[in-house]
Design a protein around this ligand. Structure first.
Ligand SMILES: NC(=O)c1ccc[n+]([C@@H]2O[C@H](COP(=O)([O-])OP(=O)(O)OC[C@H]3O[C@@H](n4cnc5c(N)ncnc54)[C@H](OP(=O)(O)O)[C@@H]3O)[C@@H](O)[C@H]2O)c1
Length: 280
């Protein structure tokens, strides 16, 4: 593995929120960051667009994680420049809200295409590269909602639960090749996530779930917009790059670590009641 100061990072969802903050955070600490997203302004052929006195930089590359072709060409662009990828950070994601009954199959599929299959696609593309290198690190941004399922965000929660399962298995499979994988679990964080959230088309006024859904959505939006800074998540991601043996899961912030601990030790009936009081 290279010295941390010149490691090559491939980061998805770097145009906004947690990804943008992580790109900045790592650049300032000397990392060579290839940030990606669908909307990339001033694409510069993988040339650094921002540089730092530490020697770090951010170069933006267009990538839609739901497309094989786009994912392949983004990985190729990094390899052409650097010949290696030390760290993949699967961060790109979005949320679809609405009751299960109101969420159409296409909407559910869209949720999984981005959050789950998008991360899986990137992981499958970098694994052969990391295996040949004999090392590498994969950090997947999950969520507290990947451990506790939230009503009216079930598709989002399910996509994050699926990521948790993926990484649990991945760690075993790739350890013999010197590759380490882990999950970072933010709670509510102030980002563009809230305004980008897609509301299920059938979740309008006519829905029998309408009033409860609206109340729950207002709570989610309020908590996100008053949540942690994206830099708090960037700090944890940085720590997971540096740690010799990153733990499988790292929740972001003391409050969320405590909530996840309570989920493990409290009777499920009580946990269900608490979630219902907050979101149902
Ligand atoms: N904010 C929270 O409260 C919170 C809590 C827990 C977990 N998270 C997780 O944190 C991660 C980052 O979200 P955020 O809060 O920073 O939200 P955000 O500000 O909306 O950023 C999302 C990023 O993902 C990119 N993206 C979305 N769809 C994409 C696609 N199909 N292909 C490539 N890039 C795509 C977006 O860029 P383009 O639109 O330009 O493609 C953007 O850069 C997500 O995985 C989210 O689930 C967020």
């Amino acid at each position: 593995m290279r010295e941390s100061s010149n490691q090559v990072i491939l980061l998805t969802g770097a145009s906004s929120g947690i990804g943008k903050a992580t790109a900045q955070w790592l650049m300032k600490r000397g990392f060579r960051v290839y940030g990606t997203s669908r909307k990339v302004s001033g694409v510069n052929g993988g040339q650094p667009e921002q540089t730092d006195a530490s020697g770090g930089f951010i170069a933006m590359i267009p990538l839609d994680v739901t497309s094989d072709e786009s994912a392949e060409s983004a990985v190729k662009a990094v390899l052409e420049k650097e010949g290696r990828i030390d760290v993949l950070i699967c961060n790109a994601g979005m949320g679809i809200a609405g009751s299960i009954e109101d969420t159409a199959m296409e909407e559910a599929e869209k949720q999984f295409d981005t959050n789950f299959f998008g991360a899986l696609r990137m992981i499958r593309l970098v694994l052969p590269v990391m295996r040949k290198q004999g090392n590498g690190r994969i950090i997947v941004v999950s969520s507290v909602a990947g451990i506790i399922s939230i009503p009216y965000q079930s598709m989002y929660s399910a996509s994050k639960f699926a990521l948790e399962a993926l990484v649990e298995a991945l760690r075993h499979e790739v350890a013999p090749f010197g590759i380490k994988a882990c999950l970072v679990e933010p709670g509510d964080t102030r980002t563009g996530f809230t305004s980008s959230r897609i509301i299920a088309e059938a979740a309008g006024e006519d829905s029998p779930y309408s009033s409860r859904f609206r109340k729950s959505l207002a709570r989610m939006e309020h908590d996100e917009q008053n949540g942690a800074s994206p830099e708090a998540v960037a700090r944890v991601i940085h720590r997971m790059i540096l740690r010799k043996n990153p733990p499988i899961r790292s929740a972001v912030g003391f409050g969320y670590k405590a909530i996840l601990l309570l989920k493990r030790i409290l009777p499920s009936r009580l946990v269900e009641k608490l979630v219902g009081m907050l979101y149902a």
